[in-house]
Write a protein that binds this ligand. Structure first.
Ligand code: ADP
Ligand code: MG
Length: 263
């Protein structure tokens, strides 16, 4: 059984991409088969896994807009995960898809094609979707393809404003394109445990919106800034760092959650 999880928050800089790369590596360490999908035209995920988007001829853009078989664009990375990469071309996808029938479903059907082509013995256990910082067509397509959505959240005073909008979008997706979508919760990122403020903000948000908090919080550490430059995730560059450990624990909790019976 493949679990497709969208990592979404329309705010930039909340560690969506870092979370996708780190959880991907952590799940792979546990022996899970993992595919990461870069849905951000900035292609930061692609870059951070050591792939230069400028060298790519095929990417998620052709998969979404030209019906390219996803297997043609998937590449394996040194982090032990597969990647469906993005290039700057993806910036055009939003406009190209806007007039297409079924645009919300393009990613979902591409992933279904991929599963069919791979066969049941080679199916991915996890597909993690790195969403762009907007609530446009690409994010809606990701939410339509996913069973769950995880919301990385930097716990500062105004973070709750975005959460309401994101949950409105989730609500619409549930009504119109994906009834089974579940909110897996918020993941506190860039967390500064030394202040009470971060805890208070987190508690307020989780109680206001009745959201689960996925544990443990990911501590803010300087090490994260160095990993993408190395073309590897934090799990390889800082094997025993606090941030890497936190992501490993979150990955363990996600695996347990995926095994829970579905509503
Ligand atoms: P998003 O994808 O939401 O825009 P990124 O994952 O690109 O966010 O992260 C934004 C910036 O924050 C990056 O420079 C990244 O290296 C840094 N960062 C992410 N997580 C941490 C952390 N736990 N501690 C310190 N810096 C972090
Ligand atoms: Mg990003």
């Amino acid at each position: 059984m493949t679990t497709v999880l969208a990592i979404a928050n329309q705010k930039g800089g909340v560690a969506k991409t870092t979370t996708v790369a780190s959880l991907g590596a952590a799940l792979a360490e546990r022996g899970q088969r993992v595919l990461l999908v870069d849905l951000d035209p900035q292609a930061c995920l692609t870059f951070s896994l050591g792939v230069d988007p400028e060298d790519l001829e095929l990417s998620v853009h052709q998969v979404l807009t030209q019906g390219l078989a996803p297997a043609e664009a998937v590449i394996t990375t040194e982090d032990g995960v597969d990647l469906l990469p993005a290039t700057i071309e993806l910036a055009r996808a939003e406009a190209e898809l806007l007039t297409r029938t079924g645009r919300e479903h393009v990613l979902k059907s591409a992933l279904e094609d991929l599963a069919e082509a791979d066969g049941p013995d080679h199916a991915y256990d996890w597909v993690l979707l790195d969403c762009p910082p907007s609530l446009g067509v690409l994010t809606v397509a990701a939410l339509t393809a996913a069973q769950g959505v995880l919301v990385p959240l930097q716990c500062e005073t105004l973070s709750h404003r975005g959460v309401g909008q994101l949950l409105d979008t989730v609500h619409d997706v549930r009504r119109f394109t994906n009834r089974r979508l579940e909110v897996w919760g918020v993941l506190p990122t860039l967390f500064d445990g030394r202040t009470n403020h971060a805890r208070t903000v987190l508690e307020t948000i989780s109680s206001t919106y009745e959201l689960e908090v996925v544990e443990p919080p990911i501590p803010k550490t300087i090490k994260f800034a160095e990993a993408p430059a190395a073309g590897r995730s934090i799990l390889s560059t800082q094997r025993t760092g606090k941030g890497a450990q936190a992501y490993r624990e979150v990955a363990g909790n996600l695996v347990a959650r995926a095994q829970r019976p579905r509503r």
